[in-house]
Design a binder for this molecule. Structure first.
Ligand SMILES: Cc1cc2nc3c(=O)[nH]c(=O)nc-3n(C[C@H](O)[C@H](O)[C@H](O)COP(=O)(O)O)c2cc1C
Length: 321
């Protein structure tokens, strides 16, 4: 009741259940685009986000790729950072004290060159106060399988997720690569191996060339394409995956506005991640939260679950996923 005796109207609920996790809203900051949270803390109240996903972490520190590491493209960017990071020890000592105080769940994005490394990271992180779970980045060369990325084969995804599942009872989300022929097969492998959720899409491999010098623009030659240019691919893959797995699907790729995020939810995503847009506007994520709430109010939607997977398609149209 308000002071004047009037009824206080409750806003629509943005709360969402992601496997065992309860999020206050479905908008997360994507790995590698939000640092370790601290970099954005003076500008964005981190508690306004559904969750933060930290920069990819390996057991040992990594220097990353030679420069240049970024190239602008029409409607997007290419990056070849090379998973530079501080390594587990420094992360725990220098980054976690701040993250522990962030008023939203913290998920740690992890990677390794062997399934055992992923499992060791997951096990060690499960003992750390303030870590809500891990996001496994399988877009990493599998040394045991001769250097092909884990993400490209259902068998290696299954192997790495099973090992991580045995190592932790905390939340495990598997981040899938779009650089595969059949996303459904890979999503199913992650689910069968015990993942609590899948997130997609990571960046698409691309190449930028300087025609004057006839050289690649990036020091690493190729890089990962992100931003608005990849949204239709992300939407298609999320839509396909969401129809084929029972675990929640978290969508990303080119989300820069509430409308983009809503499209992903309608395609079947339970939550979304905002990446490249944070480089243009650090407040992009929290503005998207407000925009989703506004849309729900205007359209008289009281609960997000009414939106998720609500894409209307004629049964006789489109490809079979
Ligand atoms: C500079 C940069 C660094 C990234 N680093 C990581 C990373 O460490 N781990 C990871 O899983 N994804 C990483 N990504 C991928 C993003 O999390 C996201 O999947 C991708 O950029 C697509 O979303 P977007 O179009 O909203 O950026 C990175 C992306 C960018 C642009």
């Amino acid at each position: 009741m308000g002071r004047g005796g009037g009824q206080k109207k409750e806003g629509p609920s943005l709360e969402i259940k992601l496997g065992p996790l309860m999020l206050k809203n479905p908008v997360m900051a994507a790995s590698g685009t939000f640092g370790y949270g601290e970099e954005y803390a003076g500008i964005v109240p981190l508690g306004n986000l559904g969750a933060i996903i930290t920069k990819g972490l390996s057991l040992e520190p990594r220097k990353g790729n030679p420069p240049p590491r970024l190239a602008e493209t029409p409607s997007g960017m290419l990056n070849a950072i090379g998973l530079e990071n501080v390594g587990l020890k420094i992360f725990l000592k220098e980054k976690m004290p701040f993250l522990r105080k962030a008023r939203c769940p913290v998920l740690v994005n992890i990677f390794g060159a062997r399934a055992e490394e992923y499992a060791e990271l997951a096990r060690k992180l499960s003992e750390v106060e303030g870590v809500a779970g891990v996001e496994i980045n399988v877009s990493c060369p599998n040394l045991k399988a001769g250097g092909a990325i884990f993400a490209s084969e259902a068998r290696s995804v299954h192997q790495v997720v099973s090992k991580v599942r045995r190592a932790t009872s905390s939340f495990v989300m598997v981040k899938l690569s779009p650089n595969v022929a059949d996303i459904v097969k890979i999503a199913r492998a992650a689910e069968e191996a015990g993942a609590d959720a899948v997130s997609l899409i990571n960046t698409l491999t691309g190449l930028a060339i300087d025609a004057r010098t006839r050289t690649p623009i990036l020091g690493n030659i190729t890089g990962g394409l992100s931003g608005p240019a990849i949204k239709p691919i992300g939407l298609r893959m999320v839509w396909q995956a969401a129809q084929c797995v029972r675990i929640p699907v978290v969508g990303m790729g080119g989300i820069g506005s509430a409308e983009d995020a809503l499209e992903y939810l309608i395609a079947g995503a339970t939550a979304v991640q905002v990446g490249t847009a944070h480089f243009i506007d650090p407040k992009a994520g929290m503005k998207i939260v407000d925009g989703i709430q506004h849309y729900m109010r205007v359209n008289d939607i009281s609960n997000l679950t009414e939106l998720i997977g609500s894409l209307k398609v004629r049964r006789d149209s489109g490809p079979v996923a």
